[in-house]
Design a protein. Sequence first.
Length: 531
Amino acid sequence: MKLFPSIRLQRLLISTTASLAALISFTSILQAQSGSSLEVETKLGKVAGEQEGGIRAFLGIPYAAPPVGPLRWREPMPAAKWKDVRQATSFGPHCMQAPFFEDMIFRDPGPSEDCLTLNIWTPAKDKSAKLPVMVWIYGGGYQGGSTSEARQDGMVLAQNGVIVVTMNYRLGIFGFFTHPALTAESPNKASGNYGLLDHTAALRWVKENIAAFGGDPSNVTLFGESAGSFAVSTHMASPVDKGLFQKAIGESGGAFSKSTLGMKTRAEAEVKDAEFASKVYHVDTLDALRAIPAQELLDRATKPVKDPDLIRFGPVVDGYLLPESVPSIFAAGKQNDIPLLAGWNHDEGGVLSKSTVDSFQASVNKQFGDDAPKVLAAYTAASDADSIRAASDLTADSFIAYSTWKWLEAQATTGKQPVYRYRFDEVVPADPFHAAGDSAYHSGEIAYVFGSQHLLTDFKWTPEDQALSKQMQQYWSNFAKMGDPNGAGLTKWPVYNAASDWQVMHLSAQPAADKDATRSRDLVLDSIWAK
């Protein structure tokens, strides 16, 4: 995809109604801007951004050295300093990935192994503001994603008095490949979590540099969706990340799952990945593996093979970033004990088109065996119509909801800081990739959190959608400011604990809090999966 010269021009070109007069006007505004207000001195050198609607945007700033050549599959190294003012008006390349997700449309120059950049949207006029900072981790199953997606644009969310930071990080085989030789050469005697370590490097960059953009490095909220949410829970558990962020928000996912995003130990992953390298690339040394061109490495890694486990690269319990599993760390109360806001969407697995009582029962019996009666009692289906909802709910719980619930429960049990839980119930309007108004599907809440509807012109947004988006932005930004989502003009959001009868905030056109009506389902699944 062609690289647009600036974020403002990107938005103008997205809109089919943008006029030549608007472009000329914008050019005049840029020429009139004070250069000093759009230049910021970082520890590595000056960057020059641009301004729109009271928000200064700085895009494509390197936060680590390019992880190429001998730095492929190494912990992120510091980026090099630069002498001249670096133009920060365009997104950096997205990290190497296969086109797994058709709804991910990027506004960047394309894929590259040299991709470790971040973006900043700040409403601060200078470095004296000390605003709270929100650092975003995108989803995509640790296999795809980019900060340049329009739905994750930080401009509108930043208008709520927070600084928004988003970062690219290594994915798939580039971000999560393990090997005994990599472990041996690592100063931390660990391998496999390079994508997660990229997050840590970006957080350290924020701690060292965000004050220059008007941010408070002691008030950072880490938030993410799907794999990004799994990552937030992982960093919350990691001793390496202590002190780098003070609040956490998880949207749909936690590292408490037995799904495909569940974690192997490093030793288990080393055996699998070394076998993969030998079988697929026919090489066994690191020098030979690092010499393989990036596109060839990716193509072979994503080509179907007989063993599906061999093509899945994700986080591991590596002994460094994670000395133990995430659930074990939380169970022992050794996590970073910070305020947590987390939840999921009503239809994480979509809504099944058809199901019958017989087919649902047969599926549950096959999946749960002797435990099937307990599951069928929790997911009741007295009719074929009921079975569609029951099957959809069980799919959603198995995919995302249970793992997020388990994270919330773990923090509420062993942590001392407040916990807030939500469920996103709004049916998202139709677009080219999702059926017409059928569900509150996985990832559907992102545009509401970021207020990016104006950039998603294929959706048929309603005034109700816009109103909910404004409320969610306020909840999220209030939490980033104070560790509490509540504020003037908003429906009261109770703390999630036994004393409040496990209250959940239901986010829809008319947000409302109520006690957890599906707790019995989660407890049944927990009794089975926690064995």
